[in-house]
Ligand binder design. Structure first.
Ligand code: KIV
Ligand code: ZN
Length: 521
């Protein structure tokens, strides 16, 4: 491989094949915005549309051609005179214009779609390339459905279109049918059997119907292809095209495997353009999408988190910053371990003793079982609520309530005081009132609820509720705070904290329990 052949041309077709995704339609302003971002990303060529297909496509190609300099701007055309002249009309203002002509070559397409014999296909392909070449110096030809074309006939077509003036020959796996080893062999076959192959660059254009678009593109590069056609986020017809971010990061990450092949892509802009394309096309990026998915740099299991904290490369093959992601995320959820919790707690500015961390970890796991993800705000709520924040003379072991439209609200509470376990039940005006009555009976206290406030700590219906209250026990007024995904439990924890505080301060009895009733929820 010569030094130059180590540079892979990235041909982006987000605005053409990508825009063919069902349900996607970009206006001219949006197309120009994406084209600008693609140029900034460092792609070599932008396929901006299929000018003959609609006035909007024509205007889009024309606008990109007129406004985006420094990169090749390409328009698609069938091997038909009106397509080719229309493509040229749209492209002629471009600094570096390219006409991309295509014609199907596989037996299935020849017989059923085109109803043309092999010789006729070659004749039309050559005429199309010649006409395009008479208008534009840079012409690309695609034998559509190349991967299902007889390899010998494909080689004949490729040789003929190169002789007619095509400087790029693109080999599409139009229906995403090829297997990587097989597709690599097809490229190698063309390299070995097309006598004038050195006069053109071999390109590949792979669809993702079997989830192999990136694998096939990379296999083709290993076999000698020099241009890869791809789209941002892999959008495109049906299951989409090879994703630019995957191809580029595959080549960069495995430079050892590909023999130091490089692209001109500034990979740090990848994440930003991924989100731009997603928002303008209305096609969300799947969470587990390689490189640009929300989970691509997020670690959830305790073992992985511990590994990443010790050495990032244990579970990360790409530095998130290299694709424009600020940092890896250690998601705190039910799979998480103590190490990740400890690190996050320290980041939040808390210093915990080993016992405090143990206690927090136990409550964190309880919470994580109820919630999909534990956010920093949840943790802060737990931290402020942590063991040691208030004296824990009585500890809550069990709380259950029966409540509804036609039942008397009843609470069953079990508390622990050292080794002693106490249990009681009480009825109340509402479930919270029932909980407070049962707690007062068990602790021998009697309080007057002065203030009760409930708020959601984080978003969503599974968010943690935080209850803050003030209770008067005799002459002493104390505060209490409790958090839980269950607001009755949060209310109970807050009240028990207030009871414990009052007992620690020698109060507890003598409040006006009855008087507090109406203020309880
Ligand atoms: O998938 C395909 O074959 C195409 C061609 C027009 C290149 O998009
Ligand atoms: Zn395609």
């Amino acid at each position: 491989m010569s030094a130059d052949s180590k540079r892979i041309i990235i041909f982006d077709t987000t605005l053409r094949d990508g825009e063919q995704s069902p349900g996607v339609s970009l206006n001219i302003k949006e197309k120009v915005m994406i084209a600008r971002a693609l140029a900034k990303l460092g792609v070599d060529a932008i396929e901006a549309g299929f000018p003959v297909s609609s006035p909007g496509d024509f205007e889009g190609v024309s606008a990109v051609a007129g406004e985006i300099g420094g990169v090749t701007v390409c328009g698609l055309a069938r091997c038909v005179e009106k397509d080719i002249t229309r493509a040229w009309e749209a492209l002629k203002r471009a600094e570096k214009p390219r006409i991309h002509v295509f014609l199907a070559t596989s037996k299935i397409h020849r017989q059923f779609k085109l109803r043309k014999a092999e010789e006729e296909i070659i004749r039309l392909a050559v005429e199309g390339v010649k006409l395009a070449r008479s208008l534009c110096r840079d012409v690309e030809f695609s034998p559509e459905d190349a991967s299902r074309t007889e390899p010998q006939f494909l080689a004949e077509v490729v040789e003929a279109v190169i002789a007619a003036g095509a400087s790029t020959v693109n080999i599409p796996d139009t229906v995403g049918y090829a297997m990587p080893a097989e597709f690599g062999r097809l490229i190698a076959h063309l390299v070995a059997n097309v006598p004038n192959i050195g006069k053109a660059a071999i390109s590949v254009h792979c669809h993702n119907d079997l989830g192999l678009a990136t694998a096939n593109s990379l296999a083709a590069v290993a076999a000698g292809a020099r241009q890869v056609e791809c789209t941002i986020n892999g959008i495109g017809e049906r299951a989409g095209n090879a994703a630019l971010e995957e191809v580029v990061m595959g080549l960069a990450t495995r430079a050892d495997f590909f023999g130091r092949i490089r692209t001109g892509i500034n990979s740090r802009s990848i994440f930003q353009i991924s989100r731009l394309v997603s928002s303008l096309t209305g096609m969300p990026v799947q969470r587990n999408k390689s490189i640009v998915g929300e989970n691509a740099f997020a670690h959830s299991s305790g073992i992985h988190q511990d590994g990443v904290l010790k050495e990032r490369s244990t579970y990360e093959i790409i530095r998130p910053q290299d694709v424009g992601v600020a940092e890896s995320q250690l998601i705190l959820d039910k799979h998480s371990g103590r190490h990740a919790l400890k690190v996050r707690v320290a980041k939040l500015g808390y210093e915990l003793s080993a016992e405090e961390l143990d206690a927090l970890f136990a409550r964190f796991k309880e919470l994580a079982d109820k919630k999909r993800e534990v956010y920093d705000a949840d943790l802060e709520a737990l931290l402020e609520d942590r063991v040691g924040a208030a004296p824990s003379i009585f500890q809550l072991e069990h709380l259950s309530v029966t409540a509804g439209t036609s039942v008397v609200p009843t609470a069953t509470i079990r508390l622990r005081r050292d080794k002693e376990v106490l249990q009681d039940a009480a009825c109340g005006d509402g479930p919270v009132d029932a909980v407070y009555k049962a707690m007062e009976r068990l602790t021998g206290t009697s309080g007057k609820l002065l203030d009760y406030q409930l708020r959601a700590v984080t978003r969503g219906t599974e968010a943690m509720g935080e209850v803050m209250l003030a209770v008067q026990f005799g002459t002493v007024t104390v505060n209490g705070r409790g958090v839980s995904t269950d607001i009755i439990e949060a209310s109970g924890r807050a009240y028990l904290e207030a009871i414990n505080r009052s007992l620690a301060r020698g109060a507890g009895k003598g409040g006006t329990a009855g008087g507090g009733k109406s203020k309880r929820k």
